[in-house]
Design a protein around this ligand. Structure first.
Ligand SMILES: Cc1ncc(COP(=O)(O)O)c(C=O)c1O
Length: 482
């Protein structure tokens, strides 16, 4: 039930304090006055509290159970980081305040930028973009500005492997590039012959995710860097999968020129369902002048905002980015320290490989190899045998209290799950997941309809996700409203 349906005329949940303000009249122009009172729900406090508490208990989150959503790095986010992000000194400031009054926040952003540069091996960075895809667009616009600054107008192509996340070609297209897709090799990695064929003096950039979306490390990265740079193009790093490499190696050292990060994945911000996020973009020295304005600079002991950057691509977001996500990332990095971050990458890879060895006995791995932080398995054989699809298994997992992995991505694998356990899960949780998966496969063979009609225990059964996204209903329909 919605609040409108619970509403009873005349019920109130609060009373305004008597603040002794004399009645006063404000002249509001006639055309701005409402013709009818607003249709606001009328409820008492306890009903509102119960409504939201019940709604919240229907939500699934990483604080409830296992969430192996591949490529999304749904790790546990320490509550301490939440607490720090919610202190008044951070939440009660306003971006229009004079910089002298927000020196602490500016110093946090400045230090965070430097720490992220150190972690990625880049020379400079902007914290402005609000998500990974936004970071991609920012990074690609920087690549465009770089080539144009050299008078090189013929570089109109962006190369993207077929295993890439859909936002990569979309960002390149939005920045005005023609997208050239290259087929992955039989081992799921970049095929050097395909890359060679695609490279030329009309290519501006290669967008690469490493480890890629199959969870595989691009072993030929040195060669790829050499080829791309020799062709005069830039190398872009989609940092959505950085969790696997933390403290081990750095995209900057692999030769990447531009990097975006997903702070909401790797650096501890609860996410899902649309934000808030943060997608900082780091660059090598030769691209620093193109970074968005304003940049935070340190002048002696004072932090300032510098808008004087003639070659900058300009502002990509209002103000300075999603600050509360930055606070969480800052606290996360500080509390983990060098050794802690190194352990994150180590444990993420160990957990993924442990689970891979268990899952491969149930649901074959698409590209069997030692993986990094995630792996992709496929139930194509089961689908042929029983008609049960990856989607059905995903729905049945919900009945057992586990969030489904990412499905049907990357597009080069069919009927697949992309499974990313993350470093924060215990061996017991991983064992339990493998047991549940095994049980569902047994169910599928014995009684396929049981799995095909799942879920049974969730607040709602199967939703029509296509209609939900094509024809979303954002407004309560009062009786009589059109
Ligand atoms: C590999 C990869 N690249 C880019 C993105 C886009 O990031 P965001 O969702 O923050 O826009 C994602 C998101 O899942 C991703 O998995």
């Amino acid at each position: 039930m919605t609040l409108f349906e619970l509403s009873k005329s005349g019920r109130i949940g609060y009373e305004l304090p008597n603040n002794n303000i004399e009645d006063f009249e404000i002249e509001i122009p006639e055309h701005l006055l409402r013709k009818k009172p607003p249709k606001l729900p009328e409820l008492n406090e306890v009903d509102i509290v119960r409504h939201y508490t019940n709604l919240a208990s229907k939500n699934y989150s990483v604080d409830v159970d296992f969430y192996p959503l591949g490529s999304c790095t749904m790790k546990y986010n320490p509550k301490f980081n939440e607490k720090m992000a919610s202190i008044d000194n951070f939440t009660l400031i306003h971006p229009y305040q004079p910089v002298e009054t927000v020196q602490g926040s500016l110093s946090l952003m400045y230090e965070l930028k430097n720490m992220l540069c150190e972690i990625t091996g880049m020379d400079d960075m902007t914290l402005q973009p609000a998500a990974g895809a936004h970071g991609e667009l920012t990074g690609i616009l920087i690549a465009k500005a770089y080539h144009l600054s050299k008078g090189d107008t013929k570089r109109i192509k962006a190369i993207v492997p077929d295993s890439a996340h859909g936002t990569n070609p979309a960002s390149a297209r939005m920045a005005g590039f023609e997208v050239v897709e290259i087929k992955s090799g039989p081992d799921g990695r970049v095929d050097l012959n395909e890359l060679e064929k695609a490279l030329g003096d009309d290519v501006a950039v290669l967008m690469l995710t490493n480890p890629n979306t199959l969870g595989l490390f691009e072993k030929d990265i040195d060669k790829i860097t050499e080829m791309v740079h020799k062709a005069g193009a830039l190398l872009y790093y989609d940092g959505a999968n950085l969790n696997a490499l933390l403290g081990r190696t750095r995209p900057g050292d692999m030769g990447f020129d531009i990097v975006h990060l997903n702070l909401h994945k790797t650096f501890s911000t609860p996410h899902g369902m649309g934000g808030p996020g943060s997608g900082p973009v780091g660059v090598k020295k030769h691209l620093a002048k193109f970074l968005p304005i304003p940049e935070i600079i340190k002048d002696g002991d004072v932090f300032k905002l510098n808008y004087n950057k003639p070659d900058s691509i300009g502002m990509v977001r209002s103000f300075y980015g999603n600050f509360s996500v930055m606070v969480r990332a800052y606290v996360y990095i500080k509390t983990m320290g060098n050794d802690g971050l190194k352990k994150v990458g180590h444990m993420a890879v160990l957990n993924a490989n442990y689970l891979r060895k268990k899952v491969e006995k149930i649901m074959p791995i698409a590209y069997p190899d030692i993986c990094m932080h995630e792996f992709v398995s496929t139930c194509e054989n089961l689908t042929k045998e029983t008609g049960v699809k990856a989607l059905d298994i995903a729905k049945r997992l919900l009945d057992y209290g586990v969030h489904a992995p990412t499905m049907y991505f990357p597009l080069i694998v069919h009927e697949d799950f992309m499974i990313e356990p993350t470093e924060t899960e215990s061996k017991d949780t991983l064992d339990n997941f493998a047991e549940i998966l095994k049980k569902i496969f047994e169910e599928a063979r014995q009684n396929p309809d049981l799995v095909k009609n799942a879920p049974y225990n969730t607040p709602v059964r199967r939703l029509d996700d296509v209609t939900a996204s094509r024809k979303p209903i954002f407004k309560f329909n009062f009786k009589g409203d059109k």
